[in-house]
Design a protein around this ligand. Structure first.
Ligand SMILES: [Zn+2]
Length: 142
C-alpha cells in the first residue's frame, strides 16, 4: 500500500489493512469492487435453451395414447358389463324357474351388448395404433 494524504486529518499516512487512517481512525480507503464480480450469464442457461429447441422434434413423433385410450375404454366397458351381469345373475338366484330363465336370458343379452361395444372399441383402438405405428416410422425416417 502507498502512502496517501488522509482527507480527514490531512496527514501523510499508510492506511491500515481495514482501510482506516492510523492517525484519526477515519475510513480513508474504500475497498475496491473489481470488475471480476460482474455476474456472468449462468453456464447452465445454454444447455437449457438447447433442450428447448429439441422439444418440437420429439413432438413430431405421435404418441400411442389415442389408440391405447380405446383399448382401455374397451376393457373398462367389458368390466362394467360383467359387473352388471353378475348382479343380475345374483338376483336371479332363489327365483322361480321361469323367472330365473328370463333373468338369465336378459343377463346374456346385456353381456352380448357389452361384448359388441368392447369389440368395436378394440377394433378402433387397434386401427389407431396401427396408423400411429406407421406415422412414427415415417417421422423417425425423415
Ligand atoms: Zn486521518
Amino acid at each position: 500500500m502507498n502512502l496517501i494524504t488522509c482527507p480527514n486529518c490531512h496527514m501523510r499516512v499508510l492506511p491500515k489493512s481495514d482501510g482506516t487512517c492510523p492517525s484519526c481512525q477515519a475510513i480513508i480507503v474504500q475497498k475496491k469492487h473489481g470488475t471480476h464480480n460482474i455476474e456472468r450469464i449462468p453456464a447452465n442457461e445454454i444447455p437449457k435453451q438447447r433442450s428447448d429447441s429439441q422439444l418440437p422434434l420429439n413432438k413430431t413423433r405421435p404418441s400411442y395414447w389415442p389408440g391405447l385410450r380405446f383399448l382401455i375404454a374397451g376393457v373398462v366397458i367389458e368390466l362394467i358389463g360383467r359387473a352388471i351381469v353378475a348382479l343380475i345373475v345374483a338376483s336371479a338366484r332363489g327365483q322361480a324357474f321361469g323367472n330365473y330363465l328370463a333373468t338369465m336370458n336378459s343377463a346374456m343379452k346385456i353381456q352380448g351388448a357389452f361384448d359388441v361395444v368392447m369389440v368395436v372399441l378394440f377394433f378402433i383402438g387397434i386401427i389407431l395404433l396401427a396408423r400411429i405405428f406407421f406415422a412414427r416410422k415415417k417421422a423417425s425416417k425423415s
